[in-house]
Design a protein around this ligand. Structure first.
Ligand SMILES: Nc1nc2c(ncn2[C@@H]2O[C@H](COP(=O)(O)OP(=O)(O)OP(=O)(O)O)[C@@H](O)[C@H]2O)c(=O)[nH]1
Ligand SMILES: [Mg+2]
Length: 473
């Protein structure tokens, strides 16, 4: 078991005494034991069912008090749910999962009550009165990680599955949650460990150092390792894109057809469309599923010289969104010769590094040579399938790939750092820079990889990761 984060003992623990109206306080037996935590695991609001989750050493005594007796392990049992004084609050299913075969690895009790916020709050209060405390966000998953029930990347994948914006993103998160991403990281780690053993051994036999390294085929194995990094980085980049989604801003002059394009791509009448230039003032967001990738499309106020303060504020917001978008579609009215002529200067005024695709709209009115832009008609639907492909390409999203795994920026960062250390090891080996330096690079590469699964992660990082989970997870 890993060292767990700080645990404060609860002030009083109540154990069901047998009398229906007098909970009897009993001293807490083991102050060093983790606290028992409780949370409502289902979303706020009314629903058919609401689930309470309890985990920790006094979950058993709380269960006995609330249910009269504990059900058989891992079997759903229909029970009356009582409060701390023995009064019945509800009837529902109880599932008792004693340690270590539970989600957290601790004793876990789940109560499936009716989804009434009042009843669920009363049940939580009863658990608090009986010695539990309210769980922090992500604390159940944190305990599962600390108790070796899953590694860090798997725990993160649970949060990603819950947050998934498309079915493809959910499937990718599931694969990572089941450990596919971690096992690919571990196989790179295993190859690194193997190499480290040979390199460290060569240091111990300094006279035969060079022969030992070439006998073990160290440089060939380093090359194979680097291929492994390239392949995993490519998968992880796709996984990150799927997990995070992307933001695409639709910008251009007033009346170019930006709102019409948003509506047709979103498949609903989200934005107001009129023939009057300057219709859109606020930024409007619609989420679309682009072959499995969740994309936020932003419709914006048209850009032009204007002294109207409302329009000026709208344009300020447009520029702000352009500056932080993953991609910009710059819409031009193809039937407006002035707009086409001004295009180059307008795009040149974009912030440095902004990725822009020029989209000539209204080609139903004026057939144009689209090169190097793309020609569409929001009205007739011409060119829209191609536009979707252009957006996917621009975002670097490849469809049709089997086995995409979910991943996060933090994973990519660790992979890049580890890969850079391996590259350094290769360089030092080829220049006979000293086997110690090669060994050190490999050690650093190994350490960076370990951050992904949590083998080498600081408490600060863990706190940061789990605090972003939802309550009850
Ligand atoms: N013929 C034709 N008309 C279009 C097309 N796209 C948009 N329009 C028309 O152009 C006018 C302006 O469309 P909007 O979608 O409101 O344009 P916008 O760029 O959002 O305009 P602002 O919000 O004012 O900046 C409307 O009358 C639309 O019906 C198109 O592809 N072909
Ligand atoms: Mg508009």
């Amino acid at each position: 078991m890993r060292a767990s984060s700080a645990h404060r003992p609860s002030l009083a623990v109540y154990r069901w005494s047998g009398s229906r109206h007098e909970p009897r306080p009993v001293p807490m037996p083991d102050l060093s034991a983790p606290e028992t935590i409780v949370a409502i695991a289902t979303p706020p609001g009314r629903g058919g069912i609401g689930v309470i989750r309890l985990s920790g050493p006094v979950a058993a005594s709380i269960g006995q008090a609330l249910l009269g007796s504990l059900p058989a392990p891992r079997r759903a049992a229909l029970r009356p749910f009582l409060d701390a004084t023995g009064e019945q609050l509800d009837t529902g299913l109880a599932i008792w999962s004693p340690s270590p075969h539970s989600f957290t690895g601790e004793d876990v009790l789940e109560l499936h009550a009716h989804g009434s916020p009042v009843v669920l709050d009363l049940l939580v209060e009863a658990c608090l009165a009986l010695g539990a405390r309210v769980a922090r966000p992500g604390e159940f998953s944190e305990r599962a990680f600390l108790n070796d029930r899953m590694d860090l990347a798997q725990a993160e994948a649970i949060a990603d599955l819950i947050d998934a914006g498309t079915a493809t993103a959910a499937r990718a998160a599931l694969r990572s949650m089941e450990g596919e991403f971690s096992s690919r990281v571990r196989s790179l780690e295993a190859a690194l460990v193997d190499l480290r053993i040979h390199v460290e051994a060569a240091i111990d036999f300094a006279e035969e150092e060079i022969e030992l390294l070439s006998d073990a085929g160290v440089s060939g194995r380093l090359a194979i390792l680097r291929d492994g990094f390239v392949a995993l980085l490519a998968s992880a980049e796709q996984g990150r894109l799927l997990q995070e989604g992307a933001t695409v801003v639709i910008a251009g002059r007033p009346n170019a057809g930006k709102s019409s394009l948003l509506n047709v791509l979103a498949g609903r009448d989200a934005a107001i469309v009129t023939p009057t230039p300057g219709t859109t003032r606020d930024v409007l967001r619609e989420r679309i599923d682009l072959d499995g990738l969740a994309v936020w499309l932003l419709d914006t106020a048209g850009l032009r010289d204007s002294v109207d303060p409302i329009e000026a504020e709208g344009m300020r917001r447009t520029r702000h969104e352009i500056s932080r978008a993953d991609h910009v579609l710059y819409i031009v009215d193809a039937s407006d010769a002035n707009a086409r002529a001004a295009l180059v200067d307008e795009v040149a005024a974009f912030p440095d590094g902004a990725a822009v695709t020029i989209v000539l709209n209204k080609v139903d009115l004026a057939p144009v040579d689209p090169s190097p832009a793309i020609a569409v008609s929001a009205l007739s639907g011409h060119g829209l399938a191609e536009l979707r492909c252009v957006i996917k390409d621009a975002l670097g999203y490849r469809t049709g790939e089997e086995g995409i795994l979910s991943a996060r920026r933090r994973h990519l960062d660790a992979l890049h750092r580890s890969n850079a250390h391996v590259a350094q090891a290769v360089a030092r080996l080829s220049t006979h820079d000293g086997t110690e330096l090669v060994a050190e690079e490999l050690r650093l590469a190994h350490e960076a990889l370990g951050e992904i699964t949590g083998r080498t992660s600081s408490d600060d990082l863990l706190g940061e990761i789990f605090s972003r989970f939802c309550i009850g997870k």
